[in-house]
Design a protein around this ligand. Structure first.
Ligand code: NAP
Length: 287
């Protein structure tokens, strides 16, 4: 029986739900995060019945609000005295029109970059209490297709497109998670690993907003038969979360068949630092 305490964000649907289900079947304590109470409760009931595991709980928060991410982390800290695995899976794509949150940040960067950065920072005290903790963050191969990042315009006030915002948010989150490795080293913390994964292309609800137009609907329809199931796509998250092969392994990127290399085209330690500093500045009021 598994004995890890595992938080999976975005566990109400798609890849996160399948990740939570597989880990629940191994007997671990699972905290399922979702946005909608009704949807998260229903996913929780399904997983509880299917796994026979009664060490599952659920908690909701809208990660388009950094204030809610903070409240969510506070609740986790009140309830648990350690965390062994954090799976930063919640993510989204939006429409072709740039939109901002109530806190005035571009939506894609908020959910895919600032929220996982903030949540990871806030949960570090719990992760430090684990004998061996892992942070697994779901990125995407789309990080290779976003074109040249403009580090003076991370939230895409100019030249916004859905694909650029999504791809760059995933490129930046890979850099942020790598940066955690050096930050933790500097702080003398050596019990937490930080890896990123991608699920290939898997059927899920991810395109609910980005495939509203007729042309994107047609592309999705043609592409769908080539896609993996959400359960297949969850394999990289599950592997990075729990595999004994990855004990102590940090700063890597995994796909469905094992380790891969993320794009280094626009990478430099300076660029990584710029993105880290920018994101820290955004999340600072909530730390
Ligand atoms: N599917 C793919 O082919 C693919 C490829 C590469 C990367 N990914 C990544 O895989 C991860 C999971 O995506 P998926 O494909 O499984 O999509 P999905 O079916 O849409 O699931 C996304 C999960 O994130 C939650 N979420 C979305 N917006 C949120 C918000 N504002 N606050 C809190 N939670 C929110 C969703 O909650 P609701 O149920 O309420 O919507 C859901 O639980 C994402 O990070 C995505 O970028 C997916």
């Amino acid at each position: 029986m598994g004995n890890k305490i595992i938080l999976v964000t975005g566990a109400s649907d798609g890849i996160g739900k399948e990740t939570a289900k597989a880990l629940a079947k191994q007997g671990h304590t699972i905290i399922m995060h979702g946005r909608s109470l009704q949807k998260t409760k229903s996913a929780y009931e399904e997983i509880k019945a299917e796994s026979g595991n009664d060490k599952i709980t659920y908690l909701t928060a809208d990660f388009l609000s950094l204030a809610e991410v903070r409240q969510f982390a506070d609740k986790i800290k009140q309830k648990y005295d350690r965390l062994d695995v954090l799976v930063n899976n919640a993510g989204a794509q939006f429409t072709g029109k740039r939109e901002t949150t109530l806190e005035r940040h571009e939506k894609t960067m908020t959910i895919n970059l600032f929220a996982p950065h903030l949540l990871t920072m806030l949960l570090l005290p719990l992760l430090k209490k684990s004998s061996s903790a892992r942070v697994v963050t779901v990125a995407s191969t789309a990080h290779k297709m976003a074109g040249k990042p403009d580090l003076n315009d991370i939230e895409l006030n100019n030249n916004y497109s859905m694909g650029k915002a999504y791809g760059l948010s995933k490129l930046y989150v890979i850099w942020i998670m790598r940066h955690f490795v050096s930050e933790m080293k500097r702080a003398g913390v050596n019990n937490i690993t930080f890896n990123t994964v991608h699920p290939a292309s898997a059927t899920s609800s991810l395109g609910r907003e980005s495939t509203k137009s007729l042309s994107t609907k047609i592309i999705y329809f043609l592409w769908k038969p080539l896609m993996k199931t959400a359960a297949q796509g969850a394999a990289s998250s599950i592997y990075a979360a729990i595999s004994s092969e990855l004990e102590g392994v940090t700063g890597k990127y995994y796909g469905l068949k094992g380790e891969e290399k993320p794009s280094e085209k626009y990478y430099s330690p300076e660029n990584e630092q710029i993105v880290w500093n920018y994101s820290i500045n955004i999340i600072k009021p909530y730390l």
